[in-house]
Write a protein that binds this ligand. Structure first.
Ligand SMILES: Cc1cc2nc3c(=O)[nH]c(=O)nc-3n(C[C@H](O)[C@H](O)[C@H](O)COP(=O)(O)OP(=O)(O)OC[C@H]3O[C@@H](n4cnc5c(N)ncnc54)[C@H](O)[C@@H]3O)c2cc1C
Length: 530
């Protein structure tokens, strides 16, 4: 345990967890632990690092940051608070802020199999959630990479259950949240409010409804979420595959794009319990090399047309027996869902989760355990067609590193079932979340610039096909100038209401270090230095 928060005033009196200030003996170690999931934030210097033991400690942190912000105690423009859940984003640890690391004291998880609900603390990882649910044959509607944390539940959550059950935010049943005033509120179902925090009356109830709307898509902008209740689903054995794809030698780009367009059309026609993710990287001979990851939730084999579009035709698979033969030859496995989650983690470096680069993943051409740096651009796409596929193939052919990749996470289905204004998470008209991952190991700024420029150019070439952006992938640290435009593309028609509620619920800008809610026309990201 470090300092007692000297200079932070009475608001931190009684803090039961750990507090570290720069200069304390344990500060560097605590900082390293907070940056463990993302090397890119390892060099940050918060003013105070807090590891709360529970909700009361979180509340003390919020009140201390608010008091200091009101007395002008933070550098001009700096975010007063930063919050670490799973620690995968650029925003979990900010210079000059009171940094709250929830992964230490709020990582509890419990599963109620009777009601198909998992509850967890704000610092739990998705691995812990899935393990708790998996013991009862239940699956969590979360993302592909299980070291990610609650930031995903509060901002979107695209994963293997999305096509059949919607996004993670669609299945968040309730939260407990410490607001900018330091009140502990219960929103939705599953938690009770702190006595006295919830006043009666229709205005109070409207404020709670508004906050509940905001939390499901822009949660980090409205408070510290100390607990979440998530709906989970029974799953039996699932059918999962990995079908390699390589651009045929000598094939013109147009022909390869036409083949991938046929795959896209077949994927759109799949029933909601089946989906196909796709990853494309550069192969050793400079030919685009990738893999389809077909997944059947109910364990039903894929139809002939979908199977053909993925390329395991009798000819290309060298098999006289089509999809059934593919199952037998190990292109598909029938496995319990929890084993699949494990398989994803092991497989991360082999292109299943390119966004894992900072945490030891890597691209399609990389070794599984390469420690790499990454830069991500993302957009939601309804239809790529020949033009979109050509753009992706051209990008892969011109990638500055053989670790680069473009990943398509397939959803559609139940994601489309919600209206865009039901929750603050707005983009609904899309079939694929397209994630462009630049990935490299050589640390020079020239290499970094070349890789970032490649990802930005790839993103620009896909923009004509995009129907929205994912707020969780907005990076105001590395793209401050574009933040306002990205926020508009993420929240779309919900942005005016969101900005109004942000002003109302966080007037001191305590949570402005989260995804920047910048009004259109303002070029401003998160200031990191004072
Ligand atoms: C390897 C990898 C794989 C990914 N795969 C997917 C995927 O399959 N599907 C998908 O939808 N997304 C995916 N993402 C994106 C991911 O959802 C976001 O990066 C998400 O923000 C990470 O949340 P975190 O809690 O791990 O990170 P953090 O950096 O800790 O948090 C992200 C943001 O949420 C805030 N936050 C976190 N916890 C809380 C809390 N309890 N209360 C208030 N604010 C909080 C933080 O302050 C920060 O602003 C992936 C990202 C990575 C790095």
């Amino acid at each position: 345990m470090g300092a007692t928060g000297g200079g932070w005033g009475g608001e931190l009196q009684g803090f039961e967890g750990e507090l570290w200030e720069p200069g304390d003996a344990g500060f560097s170690g605590a900082l390293r632990a907070a940056a463990a999931a993302n090397a890119a934030v390892g060099g940050r210097r918060p003013a105070l690092l807090a590891r709360p033991r529970g909700v009361s400690d979180v509340r003390r942190c919020v009140r201390a940051a608010r008091a200091r912000a009101r007395s002008g105690g933070f550098p001009a423009g700096a975010a007063p608070l930063s919050v670490r859940g799973g620690g995968h984003s650029e925003l979990c640890l900010l210079d000059g802020a009171l940094a709250v690391d929830l992964s230490w004291g709020l990582s509890w998880v419990e599963c109620d199999p009777g009601s198909c609900v998992v509850r967890c603390g704000g610092g739990a990882t998705l691995k812990a959630l899935q393990e708790a649910a998996g013991e009862h044959g239940l699956a969590c509607p979360v993302g592909l990479h299980d070291t990610v944390g609650v930031g995903l539940l509060l901002q979107g959550g695209v994963g293997r259950l999305s096509r059949q059950h919607g996004l993670a935010v669609d299945n968040v049943l309730g939260v407990q949240i410490v607001t900018a005033t330091g009140d502990v509120l219960a929103l939705g179902e599953g938690f009770s409010a702190e006595p006295g925090a919830r006043s009666e009356g229709s205005r109070a109830s409207q404020l709670l409804d508004d906050l509940w709307w905001c939390v499901r898509g822009a949660g980090p902008n409205f408070g510290v979420v100390t607990a979440v209740a998530l709906r989970v689903f029974p799953v039996g054995p699932v059918l999962h595959g990995r079908v390699p794809w390589r651009m045929p030698r000598g094939d013109p780009l147009e022909a390869a794009a036409a083949a991938l367009t046929r795959f896209e059309e077949a994927a759109r026609q799949l029933p909601c319990d089946q989906q196909v993710d796709f990853i494309l990287g550069t192969g050793a001979e400079g030919r685009p090399l990738g893999a389809f990851f077909p997944f059947s939730l109910e364990g039903r084999p894929f139809s002939g047309s979908a199977a053909r579009a993925m390329g395991f035709t009798r000819e290309s698979a060298g098999s006289p027996d089509g999809p059934a033969g593919a199952l037998e030859r190990g292109l598909f496995q029938s496995i319990p869902y929890p084993s699949l989650e494990g398989l994803v983690s092991k497989d991360a470096g082999a292109a299943q989760s390119g966004r894992g680069a900072d945490s030891g993943g890597g691209g399609a051409g990389a070794g599984a355990q390469t420690k790499a740096l990454a830069y991500v651009r993302q957009c939601f796409v309804d239809r790529l067609g020949a033009g979109g596929w050509q753009a992706i193939l051209r990008a892969v052919l011109s990638a500055p590193s053989d670790m680069a990749e473009v990943m398509l996470q397939h959803a559609g289905g139940q994601v489309r079932a919600r209206n865009a204004t039901d929750l603050v998470f707005s983009p609904r008209s899309w079939e694929f979340s397209v994630v462009v991952v630049a990935c490299w190991t050589e640390p020079s700024s020239q290499t970094r610039r070349a890789n970032e420029a490649w990802a930005n150019a790839t993103f620009d070439s896909l923009r004509p096909f995009a129907t929205g952006l994912y707020a969780a992938d907005i990076d105001p640290v590395r793209r401050p100038a574009g933040a306002a435009d990205e926020v508009l593309q993420a929240f779309q028609e919900n942005l005016p209401r969101l900005l109004e509620l942000k002003r109302l619920h966080d007037p001191d800008g305590l949570f402005r270090g989260a995804c920047p809610l910048v009004p259109p026309g303002v070029d401003r990201g998160v200031p990191l230095k004072g």
